[in-house]
Design a protein around this ligand. Structure first.
Ligand code: NAG
Ligand code: NAG
Ligand code: NAG
Ligand code: NAG
Ligand code: NAG
Length: 393
């Protein structure tokens, strides 16, 4: 075996030579360099000096010398990436002249103004991540016409107005879009159902209103839906029943009503289900099947009635179960002790009565047990000292 590594090297060496690795790095063209220098001049503050390597000197080649720039083998600029650089400035229209730009990622800076309409011409753009800047104005609908765009993240800016239906009109390759933490209003466009390849969207922390579109799960791979902290209303269960691929659903802090979409609990890939702080009502469902991956179930702050029932024990993967602040009655089902991975259990502020079942002591990972403001009677079972947790009675 001793000779093996050098033998391998001998065998591989000619391969590398033949294929010419590493590829000869071509220099960027003069025109591309000029565009980057326009980007630099649109930056008014660069507190960390991240652009100091971007010089106009004839010997400096963007592909080799410009920090944050990555070129392809042919010397075309493919990526511009500055995260947390503290850059203050505007987005220059000139960037649209880069013929091979695939990734523009300027997360955590202070770029302000809008996205220039010229960017509609960046046909090669795969990923546009402008999260956590100070961009404002309307979300440009033309981004939906970019033929290669897969990831669009405009979260944490000051975009206002409605989500333009045009954003989803064509949806060639769009997989994920985040518009979270802006100042958007109006409804979720129905056109979102056109995006056959969409796997998720995050519109949380805006001022959106209206109902969920019927088409929300027409994209077959829809896995991630976050709409928390908006003013969305209407029923949900009828709209999401076709969402077979869901992994993450966060509807918390809205004005949804009707029955909560508990049918989804049976989905094989669902991990996170949060319908807290809405106006959901009706009896807690008798759970027939529960997906093995379901780890977080939060329906607190609604108007649910009825008893929790033994079926909850079928959700074997649960790590956190929050049902507090509803109008749940009955008693705590002893079967709850079978939830052996549970670390958070909140049942407080309901109309649950009876004794605390000793089976609660079987949950050895329980860290937090909230039973405040219930009509419990009897002693706290001694088995409960098996688990180390913070108890709120
Ligand atoms: C945008 O970049 C941030 C920081 O790297 C990352 O957390 C986020 O997931 C990115 N957005 C998308 C859609 O990839
Ligand atoms: C959000 O938009 C509304 C008008 O739609 C405006 O009155 C408000 O100041 C904006 N808030 C922020 C934080 O930009
Ligand atoms: C989210 O919504 C909840 C309930 O409406 C509210 O208490 C909370 O302040 C909101 N959070 C943010 C960051 O807006
Ligand atoms: C569940 O996840 C697996 C692994 O990511 C995937 O292959 C499968 O298609 C998913 N199931 C559904 C119904 O989406
Ligand atoms: C569910 O969403 C609420 C906001 O609506 C949040 O406070 C809570 O932490 C979330 N629950 C879980 C388990 O993440």
């Amino acid at each position: 075996m001793r000779g093996f590594p050098s033998l391998l090297l001998l065998l591989l060496l000619p391969l590398f030579l033949l294929r010419g690795y590493p590829p000869p790095a071509e220099a960027a063209t003069v025109a591309e360099k000029e565009i980057l220098l326009q980007f630099k001049s649109a930056v008014s503050q660069d507190p960390l000096g991240r652009l100091s390597s971007w010089t106009s000197s004839p010997t400096s080649d963007p592909c080799r010398h410009f920090a944050g720039v990555t070129c392809g083998a042919s010397g075309d600029i493919e990526k511009i990436l500055f995260h947390g650089a503290g850059l203050v400035g505007t987005l220059p229209p000139a960037l649209s002249g880069l013929p091979s730009l695939q990734i523009l990622s300027l997360v955590d800076n202070r770029f302000s103004g809008g996205i220039p309409p010229q960017y509609a011409g960046i046909a090669t753009l795969h990923k546009l991540n402008l999260s956590r800047n100070a961009l404002s104005g309307a979300v440009p609908g033309f981004l939906g016409d970019l033929p290669s765009l897969r990831l669009l993240d405009l979260s944490g800016n000051s975009f206002s107005g409605v989500i333009p239906p045009a954003l989803f009109r064509r949806c060639f390759r769009l997989r994920f879009v985040s518009l979270a933490r802006n100042n958007l209003s109006g409804a979720i466009p129905n056109s979102i159902g056109n995006c056959a390849g969409l796997e998720g969207f995050d519109f949380s922390f805006n001022g959106l209103s209206g109902g969920l579109p019927e088409e929300i799960c027409r994209p077959p791979g829809m896995a991630f839906v976050s709409l928390t902290n908006n003013s969305l209303s209407g029923t949900v269960a009828d709209k999401v029943s076709s969402c077979r691929s869901l992994e993450f659903l966060h509807l918390g802090s809205n004005l949804f009503d009707g029955s909560p979409p508990f049918d989804l609990l049976a989905l094989t890939n669902l991990t996170y289900f949060n319908s807290s702080f809405n106006n959901f009502r009706g009896d807690f469902p008798a759970i027939g099947t529960c997906g093995e991956k379901l780890a977080y179930l939060d329906v607190s702050g609604n108007g649910l009635t009825g008893a929790i029932g033994p079926g909850i024990a079928k959700c074997r993967g649960l790590r956190s179960l929050s049902l507090e602040s509803n109008r749940l009655g009955g008693s705590i089902p002893p079967e709850i002790g079978d939830l052996s991975s549970l670390s958070v259990l909140r049942l407080g502020n309901n109309e649950i009565r009876g004794r605390i079942p000793p089976e609660v002591g079987k949950m050895e990972f329980l860290m937090y047990l909230d039973l405040h403001n219930l009509q419990l009677s009897g002693e706290v079972p001694s088995t409960i000292t098996n688990c180390r947790f913070l108890l709120q009675l």
